[in-house]
Design a protein around this ligand. Structure first.
Ligand code: KG4
Ligand code: ZN
Length: 341
């Protein structure tokens, strides 16, 4: 089975060709064009501009993916595409292109929920088993999910305001760090002491599986107003303290979910999964508590948005749709009633 996946939910235009064989999942090509240089200039994603960049990139990216995989359209068994959530203009570029290709090449079209898609980066090079606790930590989402199977899950909780990645990005802006905020804050944090500033760990002890990160961002803003500009060493200490606050909450709640439901697998997904301190702390905590939990984290380059995860998701949940029935859904989320990709 060979699937061509398309991802265009935000500022990355991705096309990947992925094959499932007896051994597992093989990436035949994985092309990502990013308009990050533009976002760097403007300090963030401007939806209209991101959509225009998607239009420029989509066809060259698909052509490149086919070329890299040394395949022709007739070798493709199906097309998978992200249909939400995301920026409407960006999503439309990917979905409409996928529809046209499905029609012209006469292939089945498989819609993929971007949020669930992120988890499937873990099936590339590894083979997580169910049941599993899923921790999704991206720029727009922070969710805990109990997966019983590929298409069977229960939503446990999520952020009530800012997502973990969003908190990284907003705090990075407060520290005047360049876009993309998360990785730059993490880099600065390497030189700092996380114990320097006492910042809140919002909802860390709440009985539910919800999160809230906007108060942390406000605490950082207030601290900076109070202190004025910080010398480089203190700035690094503040970055490390912010990073640690976010990570402490994520680690505590993910472990609590695994303990509460007696689950031995934790699957992490989304851009923030690339954070090395998070990876270390999760591993450390599991070991420290003597848990026999297996931890799955995607390869670094597959944590952030890419089309390989979308194509892989479609390999496991192969639910084609009539192309005239496929609409983009910018507000798509994961809940117990939409158990489908
Ligand atoms: O999953 P993703 O690529 O896009 C969304 O679907 O949102 O996640 C992007 C988010 C951004 O907020 C970015 O700052 C964050 O992931 N991120 C990181 C790191 N790498 C990416 N946050 C902390 N540490 C990192 N190393
Ligand atoms: Zn994403």
């Amino acid at each position: 089975m060979i699937i061509l996946g398309i991802e265009s939910s935000c500022d990355e235009t991705g096309c990947a060709i992925v094959q499932k064989n007896k051994i597992g999942i093989k990436i035949l090509s994985n092309v990502v064009a990013s308009s990050a240089k533009l976002q760097e200039k403007f300090g963030g994603v401007i939806p209209e501009q991101a959509a225009r960049e998607q239009i420029k990139s989509i066809i060259p990216v698909i052509e490149e993916a086919l070329k890299e995989a040394k395949l022709e359209p007739e070798n493709i068994d199906a097309i998978a595409v992200t249909y939400g959530p995301g920026l409407i203009g960006s999503l439309l570029v990917g979905v409409e292109t996928a529809k046209i290709l499905a029609k012209v090449w006469n292939k089945p079209l498989i819609p993929v929920n971007h949020l669930l898609g992120h988890f499937y980066a873990n099936w590339i090079g590894d083979n997580p088993i169910f049941p599993a606790i899923g921790l999704l930590i991206s720029g727009g989402h922070t969710d805990l999910i109990l997966f019983q199977d590929h298409n069977k899950f229960e939503y446990l909780g999520g952020t009530r305001d800012d997502a973990a990645g969003e908190c990284f990005d907003k705090c990075a802006r407060l520290l005047n760090l360049p876009y993309p905020g998360g990785p730059n804050l993490a880099k600065l944090a390497e030189k700092g002491n996380p114990k320097t500033f006492s910042l809140p760990r919002p909802m860390i002890s709440s009985k539910d599986f919800d999160f809230s990160f906007s108060g942390l961002k406000t605490a950082v803003a207030n601290l900076l107003t109070e202190k004025g500009s910080l010398p480089p060493k203190e700035l690094a200490d503040l970055a490390a303290s912010i990073e640690q606050s976010i990570i402490d909450v994520l680690v505590k709640k993910a472990i609590k979910a695994a303990q509460t439901y007696n689950i031995d697998q934790i699957i992490v997904a989304g851009g923030v999964a690339a954070n090395q301190t998070l990876q270390h702390d999760l591993r450390f905590k599991i070991h420290d508590l003597g848990m026999k939990t297996a931890l799955f984290i995607p390869p670094l380059e597959l944590c952030t948005d890419n089309a390989a995860m979308i194509a892989t998701a479609a390999l496991f949940i192969n639910k084609p749709i009539d192309l005239f029935n496929l609409q983009v859904d910018p507000n798509l989320f994961i809940d117990n009633s939409t158990n489908q990709l």
